[in-house]
Ligand binder design. Sequence first.
Ligand SMILES: [Zn+2]
Length: 377
Amino acid sequence: MKKVLFTVLALLIALSVPAQESAKKEIKAVAGETTVAPQGSYTPSFAADGTNKKVKNVILMIGDGMGLGAVNAAMFANGGELTMTNLRHFGYVRTQSANKFTTDSAASGTAYATGVKTNNGFLGVDPSKQAMANIPERIEPLGYACGVVSTDEMTGATPAAFFAHQPSRSMSAQIWGDLATSHLCFASAGSMPNLKKQSEKIRKSLNDNFKIVGSIDEIDPADPKVIYLPESVQYSERGDFLPATTAKAIEFLSRKSKKGFFLMVEGARIDKESHANNCEGTVRETLDFDKAIEAAIRFAEKDGHTLVLISADHETGAVSMRNANSAKGSVEVSYATSSHSPITVPLFIYGPHASDFTCVQENSDIALKIVSLLGGE
Ligand SMILES: [Zn+2]
C-alpha cells in the first residue's frame, strides 16, 4: 500500500513539473535583425550646455517606448552614433504609474505633462479623476507659446496628455473637443482623415479656435493658432513629417512670443514597432526620431537659452542587444515581451541647467522642473 502511495505521489510531482516550467517560459525571446543605411548624426557646440543661463524655451522630446535597448540598436545600426548619444548630460527616468508598476502612455504622459502620477488609462486627471493643470495651462498665461508634434493620432495618449483631461484615453471625441479649448497655439499629429470622422460640433469648435491646415507649407507664423494634420502619420506615407514639423513648430513658436516657448515632440511609433517585436521598425523609428532631435539641437545651439530634454514615457519590448556590426549597419536584438516593460529609461539633456536633470528621477519630476525653470508654479 505504502509503495502504491509513493508511486502515485511521485507521478503527481512529475506531472506538476512541466506545468511550472511552462509558466516560466511565458516570457518570449524573439530575435530580429536589420541592416540600415547610416544617416549620420549631429554634434553641436557645447557653449551654453550645462551653464546657469536663463532658460527661455524648453523642448521635451518623448520617444514612446524608447528604452536603452532601442537607443543602442539604432546607434550601432547607424555606424555607432546618434545625435542624442553625442550629447554630454545624461540622467534616468523612472516611469511607474500610480496604480501599476508598468505604466502605459496615458499615465506616463500625464506625469510628464502635469507633474502628477495617475492610473493607467487616465489622461490629464489624477487617480480620483480630478483635472490636473498641464505645463501649457501653467505657463501660457505667463506669456509662453506652447505646442505639440507627434507621429501618433492627435488623440494618442502622449500628445493628448498636454491638452486633454479625460478619465479614459479611449474617449477620442472628447479629447478632440479638449484641443479646441486648450492652451496650445500649435498642434500637429495624425490626421486629416481622422478629423473628418469627428462630429460637426467638434469640427466647428476646432475651426473657431484654430486655423486647420493639411500641408506644412500652409503654416503661416502670422496666424495666431494652427493645427496641421497630415494625411497620414504612418512611416511609409509620412516622409520627413517628424523632423520637418519639429523645425517648423520651433520657428512658429519662437516668433509667437518674446517670453519663450514650450514644445513637446513625440516619436510615437518606436512603441508600436517594439510591440510588434519588429527590429527593423524599432530601429528606423528611433532613427527618424533622432532626426527630429537634430532639428531641436540645432535651434538650441544657435539660441543659447533653449533646454532640450529627450527621454521616453516607458520602455517597450524589453529590447536587448545580441550583436551588431556598425561598419555594415547591421544589428541583431531580442525582445523579451510584446508589452511595455517597467525598466528605468534614459534621459539625454542639452542646454542651460542641464545638470538639474543628471540624476535618477520620476517622470513627474520632469514636469515640475520644467515649470519651475520657466518661472511658473
Ligand atoms: Zn505601447
